[in-house]
Design a protein. Structure first.
Length: 227
């Protein structure tokens, strides 16, 4: 029997297409391709859409939405690709302790049509779709040792929890203390020293990229084992 090609969707929830978050996603996508997946990267900031409008069309009895938000706007094609994907990796920079607004709106529209309030006789919540391999990639300005003080494992970890609950598997990858600007002297940001940021980037970001590569490869292998 011929093995099905794994489909992997990578979603950039950041505004920039060639900086930290995008680079992490590109490396994750490379790992997915090297594992044999058919992979695609989309940029949410290119699209015109809003978050969930609470129409509940996806929660109707005998709903015909089939795991895709009923709203027809710029996000609809991405959500249709997500429905068909075996692997979904979502990347976002961290803005004021949370994913970007575009990322959050995407997650609402992705998860709720695949969420259900319906439970079986044993008290187990029914999952309307087959399991997917999912992950979040977060890039952030603060160092790793400050994450606990800012409650990031709790605040950002809620994304992983929701993805895991609704799609069956999820994990999170963090890239901390990122290099933000090509010229720090132009910005009012005396709390950071450019030489320290550059040194951290040169010493640590290559490993972050390798971790992203391994993440993409690992998720595709997991998805292939499910077929």
């Amino acid at each position: 029997m011929e093995q099905k090609t794994v489909k992997a969707l990578f979603v950039n929830g950041g505004p920039r297409k060639n900086k930290n978050t995008a680079q992490m996603l590109q490396n994750a996508m490379l790992g997915a391709k090297d594992a044999g997946a058919e992979a695609e990267l989309v940029h949410l900031y290119d699209l015109d859409y809003k978050g969930c409008k609470s129409c509940f069309a996806c929660q109707l009895k005998n709903a015909k939405t089939d795991g895709v938000c009923a709203i027809r706007d710029g996000l609809r094609p991405v959500l249709e690709k997500a429905r068909e994907a075996d692997v979904i990796v979502i990347g976002s920079p961290v803005y004021f302790s949370y994913p970007t607004g575009q990322t959050r709106s995407f997650l609402e529209r992705l998860i709720f049509p695949n969420f259900t309030y319906d439970y079986d006789e044993q008290g187990n919540r029914r999952r309307p779709i087959r399991e997917k391999q999912t992950a979040m990639i977060f890039t952030m300005n603060i160092p790793e040792e400050a994450m606990e003080d800012w409650k990031y494992p709790i605040l950002l970890g809620s994304c992983e929890k929701q993805l895991q609950e609704n799609f069956g598997h999820s994990e999170t990858l963090y890239a901390c203390d990122t290099y933000q600007f090509s010229d720090y002297s132009r910005y009012a940001m005396t709390v950071f020293k450019e030489e320290d940021k550059r040194r951290h980037r040169d010493e640590h970001f290559p490993q972050d990229l390798r971790n992203a590569y391994e993440l993409g490869k690992r998720l595709v292998k997991r998805a292939g084992e499910q077929e």
